[in-house]
Design a protein around this ligand. Structure first.
Ligand code: CU
Length: 262
């Protein structure tokens, strides 16, 4: 604990230190006291969790990128920068990363003449006014063991992307398998091209679910745990369309995803 005063940006360490002091009644003299009390109510165990960012190689779709997973131990930002040749370049976009775990976070990025071959997603603290991006300024990069919490990822040329197509049945049908649990879809983003015939096989691992896309008039039968059902449709409209489970209030519980038709 001897380093706690010399590394004020080492958020995890500071949180853990303060929390331990709070429990032992020793107090903690940083300005974070109030936040720490609130944080203890979070479903994220700040004493054990470490901040992290995960991102996969991908295509830029409609000037967005998707970050697979973010764990933030305090209100944070995910900041996207050019990382061509592994050297940090312009900031291209950012999005809020609330305290806790977020998955499949879509970040709008600047429209560019030439898309960089590599980007980096960096976690930044959301200090100052929460919800206001203040960088340069107080919203500095989050550090863990004095290193950035970041993921560098390749940007794939349009032709090389296969998305999460599991197979192509030879008749030009794009086939996806989507598993359903309480209360999420995996994957929860499906990318196809306009005109594709799309076949989605749903597989419920737990609970009673279906799969609906209102804009495409698609709605599968409801299935229970261990059952599968397939739906097929032609992706004839471009855009991003929500899919969801229309059983009970599963949609409100977060059982949604995106069909992206390019
Ligand atoms: Cu459901």
């Amino acid at each position: 604990m001897k380093n706690s005063n010399s590394a004020p940006r080492k958020t995890m360490y500071l949180l853990a230190t303060c929390a331990v002091f709070a429990f032992t009644g020793a107090g903690c003299s940083t300005a974070n006291d109030t936040n720490i009390t609130q944080n203890s109510q979070s479903n994220l165990n700040t004493l054990n969790a470490e901040p992290l960012v995960d991102a996969s190689p991908q295509q830029v779709v409609s000037s967005t990128v998707m970050i697979d997973r973010i764990v933030a131990t305090e209100p944070s930002w995910i900041v996207i920068r050019d990382n061509t040749n592994n050297s940090r370049g312009n900031i291209l976009g950012y999005a809020s990363a609330p305290q806790g775990e977020s998955t499949n976070v879509v970040v709008n990025i600047a429209k560019l003449e030439v898309t960089p071959s590599k980007l980096i997603a960096l976690l930044h603290e959301d200090k100052g006014t929460v919800g206001v991006y203040e960088f340069p300024g107080v919203d500095v990069p989050t550090l863990l063991d004095e290193k950035d919490v970041a993921a560098s990822f390749d940007i794939l040329p349009a032709e090389s992307i296969t998305n999460n197509v599991n197979s192509n049945n030879g008749n030009g049908v794009k086939v996806f398998t989507v598993t359903e649990t309480n209360f999420s879809f995996s994957p929860n983003v499906i990318r196809v091209k306009q005109g594709d015939q799309v076949k989605i096989t749903l597989n419920s691992l737990e609970g009673f679910h279906n799969f609906s896309i209102d804009s495409y008039n698609v709605s599968s039968n409801n299935i229970g745990a261990g059952q599968t059902v397939s739906i097929e449709f032609t992706a004839d409209k471009k855009g991003t369309f929500e899919f969801y489970c229309n059983v009970d209030s599963h949609k409100d519980k977060g059982m949604t995803g995106s069909l992206i038709v390019e």
